[in-house]
Design a protein around this ligand. Structure first.
Ligand SMILES: [Zn+2]
Length: 572
């Protein structure tokens, strides 16, 4: 009898302990989620539908906010998510276009991008700065109390300005102190979603090892069996889709379990701007460059310190032991809790390191790049200087002189974390020295259509300097093409209404400055590069009254080729 009671006692104790552990776990999960305030309001008055979410994979960066759909149009009211003050106004023809930053007393900053119009005091303050600087593009900070805003106040109208591929609102939440960018879903902006993430593929990556005898990645299918050796990691191609939207968005997490133990977790909660380029280490970059295929690496390259890898044992790498079986489970999840899984088995065999055969003996150890160290290369009038921590793993630098002032600098399939310094001291034999200030360093990728990238080049005492961010083919090219300016409106009739639109274009190094003067006075004009248009949408507002006027437009490119357009017009 006593024995039974005793065992009941133990049972109760275990049960109580279980409840306590579960409660503690639940508390941890809840407090994690509740760390962030949930009293922000939506910046739009329509229900939230996303064309992009936080952490989505983009070229050279993680998408840093939510792209909220605006019914395929501009002009929707944009509301302050919470009370606070306007802390920064950034207006540019590129990037976020017209953007507003609000600092809130709760320690967070919200950002609103691609706006078509700023409202009230915000607009006045921006215009003041633009006229002061005689520049459409301005980026400045405001003092607390200068322009306070209330929760839900209309601060702007949504638009499509800057690097936007269609009308939408780009909305971000940042930590005001650290400027880290946070997943807005943590603040209650998550959307109703019952659709599981789509797992488009999974792979086993031999890091220093083999998969089915191969040193290249192998597709891992559901229920598959694979023979592995050495060190292996995993790759995952996945998207998330939300109810009511056709867009393929980014997934929230990827978890790798090996024999039921959590090996690695990638989770899109937050990152800083200095980390965003780690995307090139967090995906299979060579695969992306060569095949435009986005595969997450679930393991860390040695130089990748991205904080989105929240949990990692041995950098997410399996050190295979011969004779051992590994049951692998991949979980891909969205923020709403929908999870897609894939399971397969790996059987370990012994690894024979090919390096030990002396096959890959390095002939010139000056060409060995250590990812942690700075690296300088100098040859044939080319000087390159990489800061420390510029790479994610060690590699052997590959260089070839292709022609006069033309160089193959490693391969564009190797990502670089930081801009580097490139100085070309040219061989003038087939350059025109009288036009020395019109040469530009051009970069071409080794893959895909050879898209020319004109680098911002400075010419100083016989050398050309630029700061590329990628490898590839580099050469000097003469840019003598002058920008073009036209005004279809004025070529039809010199009598116009309240609007004035110019078409400006440059086929070489690209447009650098654009200025409109009416009757000799600088007038604020907006530049929309996607439409090649430079326009004044409200002449009255800029002080141009009815009557006869003279307009002058001056556009320069990046090597200072200049075009001037003049015309008379009559404002009706
Ligand atoms: Zn966006």
């Amino acid at each position: 009898m006593t024995i039974i009671i005793h065992s009941k006692d133990i049972y109760l104790k275990i049960l109580m302990k279980k409840i306590a552990v579960t409660a503690a776990l639940l508390f941890t999960i809840l407090s994690q989620a509740q760390r962030y305030p949930k009293d922000f309001v939506s910046p739009l008055t329509i229900s939230i539908s996303l064309s992009a979410n936080y952490g989505e994979l983009r070229k050279n960066h993680f998408h840093s906010g939510l792209d909220m759909k605006t019914q395929q149009r501009s002009g929707l009211s944009v509301l302050a998510a919470q009370e606070g003050y306007i802390s920064r106004i950034n207006i540019s023809a590129y990037g976020y276009g017209k953007a507003i930053y609000i600092d809130h007393p709760n320690g967070y900053t919200t950002v609103y991008g691609h706006l078509s119009e700023l409202k009230g005091a915000i607009e006045e303050r921006a215009r003041k700065e633009q006229y002061k600087n005689k520049n459409y593009s301005v980026d400045f900070y405001l003092k607390p109390g200068e322009i306070p805003v209330k929760k839900g106040e209309v601060i702007a109208l949504s638009g499509n300005t800057g690097g936007s591929g269609g009308p939408h609102l780009h909305f971000e939440v940042r930590d005001t102190q650290t400027e880290e960018i946070l997943n807005p879903f943590l603040f209650g902006y998550d959307v109703n979603d019952h659709i599981k993430p789509m797992l488009r593929g999974s792979w086993i990556y031999p890091i220093k090892g083999t998969v089915n005898g191969s040193a290249s990645k192998v597709v891992a299918s559901e229920g598959g069996n694979y023979t592995v050796s050495g060190e292996v990691g995993f790759g995952v191609k996945a998207y998330d889709q939300q109810g009511g939207s056709q867009n393929l968005n980014g997934i929230y997490f990827i978890k790798i379990f090996v024999n039921d133990n959590l090996l690695s977790t990638f989770q899109a909660d937050k990152h800083s701007f200095s980390e965003t380029r780690y995307i090139n280490a967090s995906v299979d970059y060579p695969e992306l460059i060569a095949h435009n295929n986005w595969i997450y690496r679930t393991y860390l390259l040695p130089g990748n310190t991205l904080q989105m890898y929240e949990q990692k044992v041995n950098r997410g790498i399996v050190k295979v032991e011969a004779g051992k079986t590994y049951k692998v489970k991949i979980e891909v999840g969205d923020y709403a809790g929908n999870v897609t899984t894939r399971s397969f088995t790996m059987n370990g065999v012994a690894y024979k390191n090919p390096d030990e055969d002396g096959k890959s003996k390095i002939e010139n150890d000056k060409l060995v790049v250590n990812f942690k160290s700075p690296y300088i290369f100098k040859q044939d009038g080319l000087f390159i200087n990489f800061e420390k921590d510029s790479f994610y793993e060690d590699f052997i630098f590959n260089y070839k002189k292709m022609g006069n002032n033309e160089y193959q600098v490693h391969k564009s399939s190797v990502p670089i974390h930081k801009k580097y310094e490139m100085i070309i001291t040219p061989d003038w034999s087939n350059l025109d020295k009288s036009k020395a200030d019109k040469y530009v360093i051009i970069r071409e990728s080794n893959f895909g259509p050879l898209k020319k990238e004109y680098l911002d080049t400075s010419y100083e005492s016989g050398t050309y300097k630029a700061n590329p961010k990628d490898f590839g083919k580099f050469y000097l090219a003469l840019d003598e093409s002058v920008p073009s300016i036209s005004c279809p409106m004025l070529s039809k009739s010199k009598k116009i209404g309240n609007k004035l639109v110019f078409k400006i274009k440059d086929t070489g190094s690209g447009i650098n400055t654009y200025d409109v003067f009416i009757d000799g006075k600088w007038i604020l004009a907006e530049y929309e590069y996607k439409q090649n248009s430079l326009f004044i949408s409200n002449l009255e507002k800029e002080g141009i009254r009815a009557g006869k006027h003279q307009v002058e437009v001056i556009v320069t490119d990046k090597v200072n080729n200049k075009k001037i357009y003049t015309s008379d017009f009559e404002k009706l």
